[in-house]
Design a protein around this ligand. Structure first.
Ligand code: SAM
Length: 375
């Protein structure tokens, strides 16, 4: 039996002081490596290197889940993608320093993905895939002037003023969060899950390019889906994704419209309404309320809204848990004048809508969503 150490109540535990060397390691080495990792990944993704490795690995093994790593030669990357071999040597060198690749001890002259890196950075279907988040932050580096301007003036740009490629990356980031929400929904909303397994109707408000909508439609193959968004470019892209000749047939439809206008012709129509990472981006509180009221009116009695929104405590409040991803999201959207809510703040917002008290934070580990019920 292990004996528990007991300290007298007034005992002082002496901690080693943090040395300047420790801080140097954190800010001089770890910070630089982190920054380089984001840069190397972002550039590699743009060059198609991660897609190349995904295709190579899945050609060799049809079950991506069971792939441990993918091995390749530097020359193969350059010739396979038509890239300059000398410069690619530099990219690979940095990627090794960042810990993305390592030298393949079994095959001289070859490199391979480091342990677990295939799933973290290459296999976009894996629950731990972090590539969309890294790519999103990589993209934002190019728009620092907008951030600086935002801090100086308090003004913000509109979502659709941002370049299309940044909007698409941001959508992929939201959809990564949305994907994990689907698993929590399945586990904690059994009744609604059963409805969607058999059929049912779903609306996504703010579906953007349709990445999140596609994940839901792929999961619930008997349900019918509608998606709306006010961003013209993203609805055109979503229209192509779900077009008549796509595998979705007439099961998924999208329209360029805001929620209150769409609600006029869709009262009591939906079993589930998804609002994934949209609400905080709407600049005015009155408009956010209008979107939730519209959602309420479009739900059937007993239907639920699945609202993916980060809970971000105030800066002076000790969160009591790790909020790195939430804070990253808040800081990322200085460009848009987004408003993030604390737990109490979001509850107050819902109280002021037709959903009133019918709300619950559904949570599983670090993944959560707000479940709003139409009674
Ligand atoms: C971060 S994206 C999320 C896209 C999608 N829900 C996902 O998870 O991939 C936010 C989207 O909300 C849309 N949006 C913002 N305000 C809206 C409104 N009032 N009505 C409909 N869509 C809106 C934006 O145009 C943008 O496409």
């Amino acid at each position: 039996m292990t004996e528990r150490l007991k300290y007298p109540a007034n005992a002082r535990v002496t901690m080693e002081p943090l040395t300047i060397k420790d801080q140097f390691k954190k800010f001089g080495i770890k910070a630089l490596l982190g920054f380089q990792t984001v840069m190397v990944f972002g550039i590699g993704r743009k060059l198609g290197i991660f897609d190349y490795l995904y295709t190579k690995a899945t050609k060799q093994c049809s079950e991506p889940e069971s792939i441990a790593d993918v091995s390749f030669s530097p020359g193969e990357i350059a010739s396979g993608l038509g890239l300059d071999p000398y410069y690619i040597d530099g990219w690979l060198h940095m990627a090794i320093e960042c810990g993305i690749f390592e030298r393949d001890a079994q095959a001289p002259g070859m490199l391979k993905t480091a342990p677990h890196l295939f799933h973290l950075l290459v296999n976009r279907d894996h629950p731990f895939y972090i590539g969309n988040n890294l790519a999103g932050f990589y993209m934002v580096c190019g728009y620092q002037d907008n951030l600086v301007n935002g801090f100086k003036t308090g003004q913000f740009g509109k979502w659709d003023d941002l370049p299309r490629d940044l909007r698409l990356e941001a959508n992929k980031m939201s959809a990564s969060l949305g994907r994990r929400v689907i698993d929590v929904f399945e586990k904690h909303c059994r009744e609604q899950h059963k409805v969607l397994r058999k059929g049912g109707r779903v609306l996504e408000i703010g579906c953007g390019f349709g990445v999140n909508l596609e994940n839901w439609a792929g999961k619930y193959v008997n349900a019918r889906f509608d998606g709306i968004d006010i961003d013209h470019d993203s609805i055109v892209a979503a229209g192509e994704r779900f077009g008549a000749r796509s595998k979705w047939g007439d099961r998924v439809a999208v329209a360029e419209m805001d929620a209150p206008s769409f609600a006029k012709n869709h009262r009591d129509s939906y079993d589930i309404i998804i609002v994934n990472q949209v609400l905080h981006e709407i600049p005015r509180e009155s408009e956010r309320r209008a979107v939730l009221d519209a959602a309420h009116s479009m739900l059937k009695a007993g239907g639920i809204a699945v609202v993916g929104e980060e809970v971000v405590p105030s800066i002076l409040e000790n969160p009591g848990k790790n909020v790195l991803f939430e804070v990253m999201h808040k800081w990322f959207e200085v460009i848009l004048g987004s408003r993030f809510y604390s737990d109490a703040g979001f509850r107050a917002l819902v109280d002021s809508t037709t959903f009133g008290s019918q709300k619950e934070l559904v949570q599983e580990g670090g993944v959560y969503f707000w479940k709003l019920v139409r009674r």
